[in-house]
Ligand binder design. Sequence first.
Ligand SMILES: [Ca+2]
Ligand SMILES: [Ca+2]
Length: 100
Amino acid sequence: MKATHTRSRFLIAAAAAALLPLAAAWAQTPPPAEPPADSQQGATFESLDTDGDGRISKTEAAANSGVSSQFSRYDQNGDGYIERSEVNAANNPPSSDSGK
Ligand SMILES: [Ca+2]
Ligand SMILES: [Ca+2]
């Protein structure tokens, strides 16, 4: 009787150990609010300008792969920062505005 009791305890421990990796995998399920494939979606100038100095550094742009990969396209004067006016210019090409 005593031997059976010991063996069942061992089996329970083994089963619990076998379940542990599964529990860990469940815990690592990614959050449902995953950003869409279009990485610029949901990223605003303010959200990227984390230090609030009014311009986006390369470090700040790294938070958004879309902006980061096109950093040189946005940084039109090449000073290493994306300013708001540069974002506006990139999003609204001057060819569409022939006011002058
Ligand atoms: Ca900044
Ligand atoms: Ca710039």
